[in-house]
Design a protein around this ligand. Structure first.
Ligand code: SF4
Ligand code: ZN
Length: 320
């Protein structure tokens, strides 16, 4: 039997980048401590915060809901509100909605459900058909879904009166994003990624990512070890994502250098800080000419997608 590094109990997991076997109790403890350290390192939470958490029903958001509802007790008069976005993906969202509802109820967390249809006039599946019919071709589903879901989560957070939006992006997601931005040669993007929540615009709710330094496999283990149910079925559109290729590439490299994800994310954060110091001087934030949301260009990506799809009455839907 392999013993825990910290006590005499049997180890249940050994982190490949640390080589310290951990028993169940010490795994849980170090999992929570890492999230605490991430929150304090990037000044993610303050007393009086009203935090909306994007709760999809997948492993990351379910575990984040449980961990944040525990940790936020240390922040006096703070409040956690779960928001779920129904993108309109048939045969997939129904199960995760049920799971999300159950977890929020169990923890006594207020829960609000919003949909793409409500915000943008169409659900994702319908929008993809519209785009195909109009253009005879379209990008991968995630390219549209990612843009619209970001906005939908922001809109949901505004509607519930939150001053912060917590998303469950984990270390693997963050490292993949850093690498993807590099492979696309998109340096400007680093400057737009905030690690500390900053108020930029009244229509933009600052984001926090308490799991940004937590590896994905540990989130799965936390869910399993603590009996937290989550949706295991992948989204039917997931195969269309570029991310899968990047994930596989990183996975291969991790076998040689298990700490590489931490290095990538740390470099992304440092680069972001450097670029932001410049940008603050050189490039003030613009507002989208159509919907007024903050954007890097003249028209935001959401309006560009909706314009492509011929959703002409979206302005009223977003603004009301
Ligand atoms: Fe949206 Fe793609 Fe995620 Fe499916 S896999 S929910 S389409 S981003
Ligand atoms: Zn816009």
């Amino acid at each position: 039997m392999v013993k825990c590094y910290y006590c005499n109990r049997e180890a249940v997991y050994s982190r490949p980048y640390e080589k310290k076997p951990l028993c169940l109790a010490h795994f849980n403890k170090s999992f929570i401590n890492r999230v605490k350290r991430t929150i304090s390192k990037f000044k993610m939470l303050q007393p009086h915060d009203k935090v909306a958490i994007g709760l999809s029903g997948g492993k990351d958001s379910v575990v984040l809901l449980h961990v944040l509802s525990k940790l936020m007790r240390n922040f006096p008069r703070s409040k956690l509100i779960a928001v779920t976005i129904d993108e309109g993906i048939r045969g997939y969202r129904e199960e995760s909605l049920e799971i999300a509802i159950r977890h929020a109820e169990e923890l006594g967390v207020e829960h609000n459900i919003f949909s793409f249809e409500e915000f943008f006039g169409q659900g994702l599946d319908d929008l993809l058909v519209t785009l195909e019919n109009k253009q005879g071709d379209r990008k991968g589903a995630c390219a549209y879904c990612g843009i619209l879901r970001r906005r939908a989560l922001n809109e949901a957070a505004l509607r519930v009166g939150a001053n912060k939006l917590a998303t469950a992006h984990n270390l693997d997601d963050e490292a993949q994003t850093v690498l993807m931005n590099m492979l696309r040669g998109d340096l400007g993007r680093f400057g737009r990624n905030d690690y500390e929540p900053v108020f930029k615009h009244e229509k933009f709710v600052p984001r926090i990512k308490p799991f940004m330094l937590t590896p994905e496999p540990e989130i799965v283990l936390y869910a399993v070890f603590n009996g937290l149910q989550y949706q295991e079925m992948p989204c039917p559109h997931a195969v269309e994502a570029d991310r899968g290729v990047i994930r596989d590439m990183l996975q291969m490299y991790l076998e040689r250098n298990p700490g590489a994800l931490f290095n990538l994310v740390r470099m992304g954060a440092e680069l972001s800080e450097l670029l932001k110091q410049q940008e603050r001087k050189e490039r003030p934030l613009k507002e989208c000419k159509i919907c007024g949301n903050p954007t890097a260009g003249e028209i935001c990506k959401v309006c560009a997608v909706l314009y492509e799809a011929g959703e002409l009455d979206f302005k009223t839907k977003i603004d009301t």
